[in-house]
Design a protein around this ligand. Structure first.
Ligand code: M6R
Length: 615
């Protein structure tokens, strides 16, 4: 949602440049306004703009500023428009407290009324601004800085990741978290850093502390101490985690955009995810085999990964699995959640508010329920609510549109499916081995595809430039691919698409088809292929412009198509089951070039943020 970055040092640093670089690395979390506060010896210089970080630098020439304490913020507006006034840092009445926040304080209206009645003056429409004023109020009652922050946090309902400084205690900074991530890095004896995510710390340190919910840390120059918000007198011992990601992993690596880089990262992301120990997938499989009811829940791209996963797992498990969008989970299952059920929650960030709420609600409603989660972020909130979790090894994904994390999610679900097959002995072991071989060859298939096809996709996308509407159609497991491919085009190229079942499309959507209307068919040669050929004919005969994604040996759909994108994979059932992994890069690449054709930035789709922490 928002990105926060802070540092405190005993050196006179190039603080403006470091602070802006810190939030720049977090821009994927939100980029509609930004700001920074620096210690100026007396209190704080606060500089903010509505707009991107470049605008902040341009307006105030912060790159040349030196100092030893700063907090910075890049925002995705929730409460209050993305204006300069509403951007962070926020301050108290005396401007002695400066604070940046990620999350939402749900009871801010009551707290604001209380503070106004005590004489506090507010400058913004945000929920965040109550925090510096409440801290000011407790300081006024004689509490220490730490105690004032603790008391403030205990009054707040909702989510927060905060970094706060107090002008009268310039040698410390307090950070705290509840349901919004905070990581801390320490360059011993010199400088301490905090951020919403690891890429912002990597230029400074690889050793990171991950703050848990209801924890608070006091950062001093080159040192840190941890406490529980609920028992702030007692120190907590925490061990740092060593982060192996290279700094370049979090950068573009020579590609024009993160989206393109991250699509090209997919073979490695898959290979790394294949290295996760088998027992992690086996733990999931054991729970699934025992379960009465099974649900998969997620949002957006993760939801479409879960649609593909459901097909794969059902094939070997022989039990019905229900996909439910996380935002509808509680509505659909109130009073109907049975004992001995299992929920698989899929979330790239592990912080999506609706996904977290679904699993928390389920655990409260039925305490013996098992939560199994798949995420890409170590230490994310979702992992803490889970009985078992798998952390995919896609590495940091900066582009707002999920690409490499999608393929690793589907791969993980495929590996769970194969563990289920082994446990249930639902297929002969030679068959399971063939499925396994097909799944482990997905990185090579994608690598070969990207090597051979990118330029030809770019060329035909040019001809599609005028089209505003598209259908993405498939049958069976390819409905997941159609929906996810369509979501990519919608997100990054701002086209209207309908991602639909090819069979169901003749019950209404087909009436939209006119001469030249583009329809993208996902056509692996699986058990749905014959009937899909019929669907292609239906659309072709009404003037549709047919673009199909097929395997290299394809003939029938190819003959009916105006354009084909050919995936270099054998046409056997073992490979077809994993076509959601091998077919999706074609659609991601198509969407990427379509965004460029329309003059849009594929890394920053309009109105979207990478992590959605509001309901
Ligand atoms: O972090 P999550 O996987 O839980 O995020 C869910 C969706 O917000 C996310 O997949 C969104 O749809 C992406 N922008 C898709 O590219």
């Amino acid at each position: 949602m928002c990105g926060i970055f802070g540092l405190i040092s005993n050196k006179n640093l190039n603080i403006g440049k470091i602070a802006l670089d810190g939030i720049k690395r977090l821009e994927y979390r939100g980029y509609d306004s930004c700001g920074v506060a620096f210690q100026n010896g007396k209190n704080f210089d606060v500089k903010k703009v509505s707009g991107k970080i470049e605008a902040l630098q341009e307006k105030y020439s912060l790159n040349s500023l030196s100092g030893s304490l700063a907090i910075a913020h890049t925002r995705w507006a929730t409460h209050g428009a993305p204006t300069k006034r509403n951007s962070h840092p926020h301050t108290d009445c005396r401007e002695e407290i400066a604070l940046v926040h990620n999350g939402i304080i749900e009871n801010f209206i009551e707290l604001k009324e209380e503070l106004i009645s005590k004489g506090h003056t507010f400058k913004s429409e945000t929920d965040t601004e109550i925090l510096p004023h409440l801290i000011e109020d407790y300081l006024g009652q004689g509490f220490s800085f730490k105690e004032a922050v603790v008391r403030t946090l205990k009054r707040c309902k909702g989510a927060y990741g905060i970094a706060v400084c107090y002008a009268k205690e310039p040698d410390s900074m307090i950070v705290a978290r509840k349901e919004s991530p905070i990581v801390i890095g320490v360059d011993k004896g010199a400088t301490s850093y905090c951020a919403s995510d690891i890429p912002a710390l990597l230029p400074h340190t690889r050793s990171c502390y991950i703050l848990n919910d209801d924890e608070l840390a006091i950062l001093k120059a080159g040192e840190v101490e941890f406490f529980s918000v609920n028992n702030a007198n007692k120190k907590i011992k925490k061990k740092p985690e060593y982060i192996k990601w290279s700094v370049d992993d979090a950068r573009k690596n020579g590609y024009d955009h993160f989206m393109l880089k991250e699509i090209f990262d997919e073979p490695d992301a898959l290979r790394n995810t294949l290295k996760i120990p088998d027992n992690e997938f086996k733990n999931f499989a054991q729970e699934l085999v025992k379960a009465n009811q099974i649900y998969i829940t997620a949002a957006g791209t993760s939801y479409y990964a879960s649609l593909a996963g459901k097909y794969m797992i059902t094939r070997f498990l022989g039990k019905f699995i229900q996909n439910i969008e996380c935002s509808e989970f509680q509505n659909r299952l109130s009073g109907a959640l049975e004992r001995n059920s299992v929920i698989i929650a899929v979330s790239q960030s592990g912080e999506t508010a609706d996904t977290i709420e679904a699993v928390r609600w389920a655990k409260e409603a039925q305490p013996d329920i098992k939560i199994l989660s798949i995420t890409n972020v170590v230490g994310s909130s979702l992992t803490r609510y889970s009985d078992h979790y798998i952390v995919t090894r896609a590495g940091p994904e900066i582009g707002v549109a999920s690409t490499k994390t999608y393929v690793t999610q589907v791969l993980s679900l495929g590996l769970i499916a194969l563990e289920v097959a082994k446990l249930k002995k639902s297929k002969p072991s030679e068959d399971i081995q063939k499925y396994y071989d097909a799944l482990t060859s997905t990185p090579d298939i994608i690598e070969e595809f990207l090597d051979k096809n990118v330029n030809s996709i770019r060329a035909f996308v040019k001809n599609l430039e005028k089209n505003l509407n598209y259908f993405f159609l498939g049958r069976g497991i390819s409905i997941a691919t159609a929906k996810e491919g369509g979501l990519k085009l919608k997100e990054v190229a701002c086209r209207f698409i309908e991602g639909y079942s090819a069979a169901h499309a003749k019950h209404g959507p087909i009436s939209l088809v006119r001469e030249g209307f583009p329809i993208i068919f996902i056509a692996p040669p699986d058990e749905t292929y014959k009937r899909l050929v019929g669907n292609v004919m239906e659309f072709k005969s009404r003037g549709g412009y047919i673009i199909s994604v097929v395997v290299e040996s394809d003939k029938k759909v190819t003959d009916l198509s105006d354009v084909t994108i050919r995936i270099p994979q054998p046409s056997t059932r073992y490979y077809n089951l994993f076509s959601p992994i091998t077919f999706i890069p074609a659609l991601q690449i198509l969407s990427y070039f379509a965004a460029l054709e329309h003059g849009l930035d594929p890394d920053k789709p309009l109105n979207l943020a990478k992590t959605v922490t509001v309901h």
